[in-house]
Write a new protein. Structure first.
Length: 329
């Protein structure tokens, strides 16, 4: 019987990040594979996998990069597995309905402004792996920006100014509270109210209460990556309130300038999803955003979160305590 030659899996570098090619199910269990993947991840910062056809495979590959954590926002957790969060809702229904709004004459759902995951807590997560199960025909891309490359290109005088700078950060979930912020796409957005769209996300409705659950934190503007030693511009533009020691106006101008710098196309990977693609990002190095899709088109993803714990921050009010909630239904 003729021997079938299995293609050797390999890492294909992209302009930003890398794709893992010909990676069959179960390959992550072979000797040396986990270390090779981890090495590629540290080198490239994001890895794209194709044909991840099961939750088990998604979890197994995620675990090659570290332990998983349960996401601090219970509303987004999957009922099927606490180590997964849900993005969007399966077209078959039953899931949370997204906030709907119009932008420049087009209506989009599931838009998520530039951020790092869990950067509104003192212990930022190490990374996350998003697998897309249902994919829209148009739009719905995810963007990921390499803030280590962005740091490397900053002029020396700006780097010196940022080296010891810190900022106050607060979670923002309601689109209204992110309007006009650097790195947000919906500057001219017309928001739909709950009356028009009764399914507007629970999280947005509870935005006031969210302050008690996630008290504001202080984070450094520059993070030395604990494994690669590379410096990263450690900003989540959507969450930044103000750089410490600056008046609001000066702080806003600096944030705008840095965000514009970080979002130059040469630092950004834009992913157009196919079903069962999965991307794992290094959250210490990359920030990311969701472009949103059209209502009526499917988009549903599941995401794991890699535990840090990396204590990069501290509470702004040193006596603050996060008051967690558990959902009852
Ligand atoms: O929906 C997207 O494209 C991005 C989602 C996101 O921010 C995340 O999974 O952490
Ligand atoms: Fe995210």
């Amino acid at each position: 019987m003729a021997q079938t030659q299995q293609a050797q899996w390999h890492v294909r570098p992209m302009a930003v990040g890398a794709e893992i090619v010909d990676f069959p199910a179960g390959m992550e269990e072979r000797p040396g594979v986990q270390a090779a993947l981890y090495d590629a991840w540290l080198t490239h910062g994001i890895l794209l996998f194709r044909n991840i056809a099961s939750v088990e495979q998604h979890l197994a590959i995620s675990r090659c990069f570290g332990e998983l954590e349960i996401h601090p926002v219970p509303e987004v957790r999957s009922k099927s597995n606490p180590y997964l969060i849900e993005l969007g809702a399966p077209i078959a229904g039953g899931g949370r309905q997204p906030t709907v709004y119009s932008f420049d004459g087009e209506t989009r759902i599931n838009r998520i402004a530039w951020h790092r995951d869990t950067a509104y807590t003192p212990d930022i997560c190490k990374g996350a792996m998003l697998r897309m199960l249902e994919v829209p025909d148009t739009a719905g891309e995810t963007l990921l920006a390499d803030t280590a490359m962005a740091w490397d290109d900053l002029p020396a005088d700006i780097r010196a100014k940022l080296e010891h700078l810190e900022f106050k950060a607060t979670i923002r979930t309601a689109h209204m509270s992110t309007l006009g912020r650097p790195g947000v796409f919906w500057k001219s957005v017309v928001l739909a109210g709950d009356a028009d769209y009764p399914g507007n996300s629970e999280l947005s409705r509870r935005d006031g209460a969210i302050d008690a659950r996630y008290p504001s934190v202080i984070q450094p503007a520059v993070l030395t990556h604990p494994e690669s030693g590379r410096k990263c511009l450690f900003l989540s533009p959507t969450y930044v309130d103000r750089f410490l020691g600056m008046e609001q106006e000066e702080s806003d101008a600096l944030l705008r300038r840095l965000t514009e710098h970080m979002l130059q196309p040469r630092y950004v990977y834009r992913h157009k999803w196919q079903a069962n693609d999965a991307i794992i990002w290094d959250n210490r190095r990359f920030m990311h955003a969701g472009m949103g899709n059209r209502p009526g088109e499917p988009r549903f993803g599941l995401r794991t979160t890699l535990a840090g714990p990396l204590r990069t921050g501290r509470y702004f009010d040193e006596n603050a305590k996060a008051v967690p909630i558990e959902l009852t239904d």
